[in-house]
Design a protein around this ligand. Structure first.
Ligand code: HEM
Length: 347
């Protein structure tokens, strides 16, 4: 099953085709930032970027996985999508607290039924969400075929037409990717804005690299990312904060692997001198080997393109509403509080 998906999303060039769709979502993200900051007294602060990036990630993943837009970033979110967002948020939070349910032995379940029941309910909710979108796509394809049209599309269309997976398997894979692909990406972007606001010198060098290689207004595609090593190492560096497993956290902050491990110094990954030595296996946020993250390239695309456009449009700054935010572990390592930062227009 994994090998079918692998062929379509495991290399950077596979996911390059999603650039256009992701950029459309980023246009909506930027519009949403304008709206949100206009509601604040200083006209620049956006409170709780965590929520904003949750919606961005959900919209991004839906665009790629289901080839359809949900409207998560619209000012008036369609009613159906509001229901989906609420259901998903609930599912994610329940999933985190009930994920340990799998560790409860079967014989013990009748005595403490709640965790297992909720675990199943949260999966059923996510499964249903995928089912609706996959079924919609099946109907679309059928009506195109009925009209004698050539069927073109992305990942889901390919999976449905190639018949390498059964429809049940497609539901299951889409559900797993949806679950794995929203929180992870959104937490990384939330940390990114927080750290860039707190480290203006890092932000300035990333921004200068973007302007020198791409200009202030050019919309980036995945082909542009290799020209921007600072944006790539900034992501690698921030991924030390988005961890799925505590052992990753421990190795990421080990002095032996990363001198001055607590400092946010993305340039260490550029390896200029001995102090910038890094151990490639010191931080492996996407895992390694056969079970490693299958959505790695999708996540990188969504994060790189969003960060480039955010920095082209805004200087991200500390606001009086910015509180110190620590990480808390909740299955994933998440920001422990809401992240509030300024998005000031670039002059
Ligand atoms: C910054 C974002 C992300 C991080 C840090 C991340 C990290 C990880 C890690 C550590 C694993 C477990 C690997 C292991 O067991 O060794 C994993 C698995 C997985 N990830 Fe991601 N992920 C991210 C984004 C995504 C996205 C966007 C998708 C899908 C669109 C995705 C889909 C998956 C799936 C399906 C698995 C399970 C793979 C399997 O067990 O075969 N991830 N991810």
């Amino acid at each position: 099953m994994r090998s079918v998906l692998r062929q379509k999303i495991l290399k950077p060039k596979d996911v390059a085709v999603f650039s256009e769709g992701v950029n459309e979502v980023i246009t909506d993200l930027i519009k949403r930032i304008h709206t949100l900051r206009s509601q604040e007294e200083d006209g620049e602060t956006v409170t709780n970027v965590n929520n904003l990036f949750f919606k961005y990630s959900m919209e991004g993943v839906a665009t790629i996985l289901y080839e359809s837009r949900l409207g998560c970033l619209e000012n008036n979110i369609p009613e159906k999508t509001v229901e989906y967002i609420e259901a998903l948020e609930l599912m994610f939070s329940m999933f985190k607290t009930t994920m340990y349910a799998g560790a409860i032995p079967k014989w013990l379940r009748p005595f403490i039924p709640k965790p297992w029941r909720e675990f199943c309910r949260s999966w059923d909710g996510l499964f249903k969400f995928s089912q609706i979108h996959v079924d919609n796509k099946i109907k679309d394809i059928q009506s195109q075929l009925d009209q004698g049209e050539e069927v073109k599309g992305g990942l889901l269309t390919y999976l449905l037409l190639s018949k390498e997976l059964t429809v049940e398997e497609i539901y299951a894979n889409m559900t797993e990717m949806l679950l794995a692909g929203v929180d992870t990406t959104s937490f990384t972007l939330s940390w990114a804005t927080y750290l860039l606001a707190k480290h203006p010198e890092v932000q300035q060098s990333v921004y200068e690299e973007i302007v020198n290689n791409l200009g202030k207004d050019q919309v980036p595609t995945s082909d542009d990312v290799p020209k921007l090593p600072m944006i790539r190492v900034t992501l690698v560096s921030k991924l030390k904060y988005t961890q799925l497993a505590l052992c990753h956290y421990a190795t990421s902050y080990e002095e032996e692997n990363f001198p001055m491990a607590n400092d946010f110094r993305p340039e260490r990954w550029l390896r200029k001198d001995n102090m910038d030595r890094v151990d490639n296996f010191g931080s492996i946020p996407f895992g390694y080997g056969i079970r490693s993250c299958i959505g790695k390239r999708i996540a990188e695309l969504e994060i790189h393109l969003a960060l480039i456009q955010l920095l082209q449009n805004f200087e991200i700054k500390i606001s009086p509403k910015t509180k110190p935010v620590k990480a808390k572990t909740h299955g994933l390592l998440t920001p422990g509080d809401s992240i509030n930062v300024k998005f000031a227009d670039r002059k």
